[in-house]
Design a protein around this ligand. Structure first.
Ligand code: PLP
Length: 227
């Protein structure tokens, strides 16, 4: 795992250098979905702090009780009836794309006396199999969100195009950066709207050159997924 980590950190470093960014501005999210808790422990020993899980149930099993300094992010879509458990397990949900979930999460966080980071997912590749706000509706939807109370609107998340050619995702990533900038400048509601979670094992270089602040890497860190 140490070797895998070094390889990924070197790729991030190189990509940042190539576009004049500092690698300290790009966080590595370790996607531990389907991996056992022992793999999470090894990752923490190797220096991992931010983890991504697709399923709420798995997040509960692996990330409760919460470890000091460790962040569990939910990076898969969450059904409404799982939001309560998501609030329990995670410090961030990166896939929000509807008002009802925002309202429910706000109420749940008040009840739990907890703050929660939210990223909004945009389907910037416009692929039917992916969830998220459509590019056409995203600005109006976000601009009309209620003032956050216990939620912190932190930014946007997207999944690039799955064509095998990372350059095909560049326009998606650029769209996300422009949308974040527009919202950040639009209202105090978005004063914390700085994050762009985009780029995975195959396309993290392109994502970084378009401004990614988080890249989500699974296979290249943990090896093949266990199903
Ligand atoms: C699984 C997953 C990843 C990690 O993918 P790898 O190809 O294993 O690096 C990143 N983001 C999301 C949303 C995922 O579901």
């Amino acid at each position: 795992m140490e070797k895998n980590k070094q390889k990924i950190l070197a790729r991030i470093e190189k990509a940042c250098k190539a576009c004049g960014r500092s690698s300290s501005d790009v966080r590595l999210v370790w996607v531990s979905k389907t991996q056992p808790v022992s793999a999470v422990e090894s990752a923490i020993a190797a220096g991992a702090r931010d983890f991504g899980e697709n399923r709420v149930q798995e997040a509960l099993e692996k990330f409760l009780p919460q470890r000091e300094g460790i962040v569990c992010r939910i990076i898969g879509p969450v059904q409404k009836n799982k939001l309560r458990k998501a609030v329990l397990a995670a410090q961030a949900i990166d896939t929000i794309a509807d008002l009802e979930s925002v309202q429910k999460l706000e109420a749940l966080c008040k009840e739990a006396n907890k703050n929660l980071e939210i990223l909004f997912q945009v389907n910037a590749s416009e692929e039917a199999t992916k969830s998220g706000l459509s590019m056409a509706e995203a600005f109006d939807f976000l601009n009309n969100l209620p003032e956050p109370e216990r939620l912190v609107y932190k930014g946007l998340m997207t999944i690039g195009k799955n064509t095998g050619n990372p350059e095909d995702s560049r326009a998606c990533f650029a769209f996300l950066r422009n949308l974040r900038n527009k919202l950040f400048n639009s209202s105090a509601k978005f004063s914390n709207f700085t994050e762009l979670s985009m780029g995975m094992t195959n396309d993290l270089e392109v994502a970084i050159s378009e401004g990614a602040t988080m890249v989500r890497v699974g296979t290249a860190l943990f090896g093949a997924r266990v199903f």
